[in-house]
Design a protein around this ligand. Structure first.
Ligand SMILES: [Zn+2]
Length: 502
């Protein structure tokens, strides 16, 4: 979350157009006609006929969801040169698809996670974390090609998306409580787009993506080498976090796009392309990512294992194990696969009494009971309880406000399926007990990193890896970042990725 907290306007994205009964019937006839027309024409990318209208119909949905993706993944990465570079690569892939006139839009997200995804209609995203991991242009082209394949095959449009937030009915909740935090949380429904595709869809996206990237002149093998790097990196991240190396990060590209190197290779045979022909452009790519931020941006707070630390706000808290933390643009969310979640953000309170603030301002008309005043590590705090109707059953909410500077408050909104607040009480209490202020020296110790492209100049892996932020795993991380197998050394004049602190 960023330090400056602004919620201008806050137009609720959940209010769709309300059709009158007459209008609805008319619309129904019109869409039935459109569907029967569309059913006559097969999608040229897949050969399948669709009852979901045409790819042009997808564009409006993509445009509507685009701001939610930006909000959930740190916004657009502000480096104009890099953004236009990725867009130009994407555009040359888009031009080779069966829909060359679609306005493909490729966006770099300011997120350290390694992921890429697509919204219907040609909105495609790649994180700066993924860009830092890729080693050449062919690898990035493979990622963009695969995502573009999901768009042209219309997988996202066909898919029923559902996230834990949708199940909790937070879409309704945002309206019911008028709470900005809940409305924002509903926007995290964007995470639904990170759910897994089916294996068949993955095979289709690979086959299409390989065809597009080959036509655009990149070596299709880049799709395989990036997948290998990503697998190694996931295993390394698991070791860093002390997890089982076979476990994969929930937000990782592999988790949302379940595929193996074998399957990509068979897609390559299916696409009938020469896998080792075409350009890689390693040095050109490395120069493009020189200086890209690596890992969390401290100005937005960092996620360190189960901890969230914000060196500018000078606060920290811990999420219990089993909760996945996600650092969004204006809030931090944590969700547990068993249905509990919480949101952390900041707001301005008019009332000087925090219990009054919860009941009168934050709840926005919802009925809040069980108001209590207490302290959290020396800071004044208050909590309440509300049971509200979500769109798939009741939801228990425990809003907690903690006094910050002046009229500012820190807020936790704890969420559990209806009737289960008691079951999660221990977990929620542990989050509150862990909330504390950071000392100036603790805050100063939180450093950010950038990728630095340097000439190896004959130096060894051991020497080059020394400045990386992974301690005993520095050499292993350097090898994954630079595609060097165990024992291999970089060529005397090779460009390599190291990191520098900022
Ligand atoms: Zn995929």
């Amino acid at each position: 979350m960023s330090c400056t907290h602004s919620h201008a306007g806050g137009a609720c994205p959940l209010h769709g157009p309300h059709l009158s009964r007459r209008g609805f019937a008319k619309g129904l006839l019109a869409s039935a006609a459109a569907a029967s027309l569309a059913a006559c024409a097969a999608n040229p990318a897949t050969g399948r006929r669709s009852s979901f209208g045409s790819i042009e119909d997808d564009v409006a949905l993509g445009r509507q969801e685009h701001p939610k993706i930006l909000a959930a993944f740190g916004g657009e990465y502000e480096d104009r040169g890099l953004g236009s570079y990725v867009q130009s690569l994407g555009a040359s892939i888009g031009a080779r698809t069966e829909f060359p006139n679609l306005a493909y839009r490729y966006t770099v997200l300011n997120s350290p996670i390694v992921n890429a995804f697509a919204l219907p209609g040609g909105y495609i995203y790649v994180t700066r974390g993924l860009l830092a991991l890729a080693s050449n242009e062919a690898e990035l082209a493979g990622v963009l090609g695969h995502e573009t394949g999901h768009v042209t095959a219309r997988h996202t449009a066909e898919r029923q998306t559902q996230s834990i937030f949708a199940q909790l009915g937070l879409a309704i909740l945002g309206i019911a409580t008028g709470s900005q935090a809940v409305t924002d949380l509903a926007s995290v429904g964007a995470v639904a787009y990170l759910q897994s595709y089916s294996r068949d869809q993955e095979m289709e996206a690979d086959t299409l993506g390989i065809r597009y990237m080959a036509k655009a002149g990149w070596q299709p093998e880049g799709m395989v080498t990036f997948l290998a790097t990503l697998r190694e990196w996931s295993q390394l991240e698991a070791r860093m976090a002390g997890r089982d190396p076979s476990s994969v990060d929930e937000y990782n590209w592999l988790a949302t796009h379940p595929r193996t190197i074998d399957r990509v290779q068979s897609a390559m045979q299916k696409a009938a392309v020469a896998s080792h022909e075409g350009r890689i452009n390693r040095d050109g790519y490395l120069q493009q990512i020189d200086g890209i931020r690596f890992g969390d941006d401290p100005a937005q707070g960092i996620i360190d294992g189960q901890s969230f630390k914000h060196p500018v706000l000078r606060i920290a808290f811990e999420a219990p194990s089993g909760f996945n933390l996600l650092n969004g643009e204006s809030e931090v969310t944590a969700q547990n696969p068993n249905g509990a979640a919480f949101v952390f953000d900041m707001a301005r309170a008019q009332s000087s009494d925090l219990a009054q603030y919860i009941a009168g301002e934050w709840a926005g008309g919802a009925s809040v009971s069980d108001l209590r005043r207490f302290t959290v590590n020396g800071l004044d705090a208050a909590s309440g309880f509300a049971r509200v109707q979500g769109n798939s059953g009741q939801v228990d909410l425990i809003p907690v406000a903690i006094r910050a500077e002046g009229s500012q408050v820190y807020r936790f909104l704890f969420i559990a399926p209806g009737g289960q607040a008691g079951r999660w009480n221990g977990a929620f209490t542990s989050v509150l007990n862990s909330f504390r202020r950071l000392s100036p020296s603790e805050a100063a110790a939180i450093k950010g990193f950038r990728i630095d492209i340097v000439n190896a100049s004959g130096r060894s892996v051991a020497t080059l890896a020394r400045g990386l932020p992974f301690g005993s795993l520095n050499e292993a991380a350097f090898r994954v970042l630079n595609d060097l197998d165990g024992g291999a050394q970089p060529g005397a004049n090779d460009l390599v990725k190291v990191t520098r602190t900022v």
